[in-house]
Design a protein around this ligand. Structure first.
Ligand code: SF4
Length: 451
């Protein structure tokens, strides 16, 4: 397979910037690859705003800010055989590559024009892993040392790279990542005959962690990425591995990329993974990292086969499992209790705690102004004047834990009269008419029809 160096730099940016779109930078920046070899995702992906300059994207940074990031591969040639990858040797198509100076100069030229703020640099493996990582290092070195760029650079370390090169990358990058791809060695053997999870991926990740611990200067953030569904792994398999890595290696982020079948690869016929599964894994990841849910709590979100429910977010699933802990009183609940209420996030929790130090909270309007999502939170929250008297029953009915009571069904079938919310008002004029679990809502209408 020939590597084509002929197209000009701009054309290469369009091609190799597009190919890097298969590497994920943030939960919200999964984009469809322009690669014609992709047989197509099972469900459409929502992408980030794309800059008119090829290969440049708006990307969310760890501090929540957005920057213009040049996301590009040094080459899309790869000698490896990963069974899912459009860059693997299975796929017969032309490949492209930059030279070191060409890529460094292109980045600096865009930087001078204020079109980019940072660089995400990846590559296929041409020659050996170390040789490829050395090329990436050369690009970063020119940008850092020759041009004096001190901004954000996220550099991929190729699996199987020698330790001294990982050390060099540690000295130059803002963030480093080695793609984990799959949770266990046995699963790795299902998707590649050439990669060894321990030796090629986990060892370099451990080195980066060790360098961070021993470094007297700055630390680099370490991230990794998994392809979801290529190795038939369950969500529980993924969670167990990432839980271990967050704990042992102090990872900053794990990114999840739903498997999509690629023409000509061994997994061409393997079913694509719905984007909803990727989304659920990000939600589970947030429960672990941001909400500090215990492993025991998170394990309640998995079904018997170890998968998350695609139709219900894991936080709601866990709340339903712990129905006895709800509703919580907005004005007295602890921070931990509030964080466990669906529809209440860390920011709205902080706002609730701050506000109730000044006065009591007693309207949904107050809560919504603080960012609480009423349609998700209402069965789980109580406050003066709005205490759901049959909250547990509503919750059980709403989430199918048991069938609704006969009177509730009759009320719903009748359309108006006593309501399943139990407050005894009629539906007409009721502010909850059509809300989840109440007359007029899709699930109650369906129950009424079934009755
Ligand atoms: S090493 Fe990376 S680029 Fe190469 S085939 Fe595997 S996943 Fe694709």
């Amino acid at each position: 397979m020939l590597i084509n160096r002929k197209p000009d730099t701009f054309a290469k940016l369009a091609i190799l910037g597009g190919m890097a779109g298969d590497d994920i930078l943030s939960a919200r920046d999964a984009v469809p690859s322009p690669n014609p070899m992709l047989a197509g995702p099972a469900t459409p992906r929502r992408g980030p705003a794309r800059n008119p300059v090829p290969g440049v994207y708006r990307a969310a940074m760890p501090n929540g800010k957005f920057i213009n990031l040049m996301r590009v591969m040094f080459t899309d040639f790869c000698k490896m055989d990963c069974f899912y990858c459009p860059n693997s040797h299975w796929v017969p198509r032309k490949r492209f590559a930059f030279t070191v100076d060409e890529l460094a100069n292109a980045f600096m030229e865009l930087r001078r024009r204020h079109a980019v703020d940072g660089l995400f640099l990846s590559s296929g493996i041409a020659g050996t892993a170390s040789k490829t990582t050395q090329k990436l290092l050369n690009v970063v070195e020119v940008i850092r040392k020759k041009h004096g760029f001190t901004g954000y650079i996220h550099m991929k370390v190729m699996p199987g790279t020698d330790r001294e090169l990982v050390e060099a990358a540690h000295g130059l990058g803002t963030r480093l990542s080695v793609n984990l791809e799959t949770p266990t060695d046995e699963m790795m053997r299902r998707i590649s005959t050439m990669k060894d999870l321990e030796r090629d991926i986990l060892d370099p990740m451990r080195w980066v962690h060790q360098m961070n611990r021993e470094s007297s200067g700055g630390k680099v953030g370490q991230a990794t990425q998994l392809v979801v569904g290529a190795a038939n792994e369950s969500d529980r398999d993924i969670f167990q591995r990432i839980d271990q890595l967050y704990g042992e290696l102090d990872l900053k982020r794990v990114y999840y990329s739903a498997f999509r079948p690629v023409r000509y690869t061994p997994l061409e016929e393997h079913p694509g993974v719905p984007i909803a599964r990727e989304h659920r894994l990000y939600q589970m990841d947030w429960l672990k990292r941001i909400y500090s849910f215990s492993n025991q709590e998170i394990s309640q979100a998995f079904d018997a086969d170890g998968y998350l429910d695609l139709h219900r977010d894991p936080k709601t699933a866990i709340a339903v499992e712990n129905a006895d802990a709800f509703p919580v009183d907005v004005n007295t609940a602890t921070r931990e209790q509030l964080l466990r209420v669906p529809g209440v996030g860390p920011t709205s929790t902080d706002r609730i705690l701050k506000t109730r130090g000044e006065h009591s909270i007693d309207t949904w309007r107050d809560l919504q102004a603080m960012g609480v999502v009423r349609k998700r939170a209402w069965p789980f929250l109580a406050f003066p004047g709005q205490r759901p008297p049959t909250a547990r029953q509503i919750r059980l009915d709403l989430f199918g834990e048991r069938q609704p009571s006969e009177p509730a069904l009759q009320a719903t079938a009748a359309g108006h009269g006593a309501t399943p919310c139990g407050v005894g008002s009629t539906c007409a004029g009721c502010s909850l008419y059509g809300a989840p679990g109440h007359p007029g809502s899709p699930e109650m209408s369906a129950l009424a029809a079934a009755a």
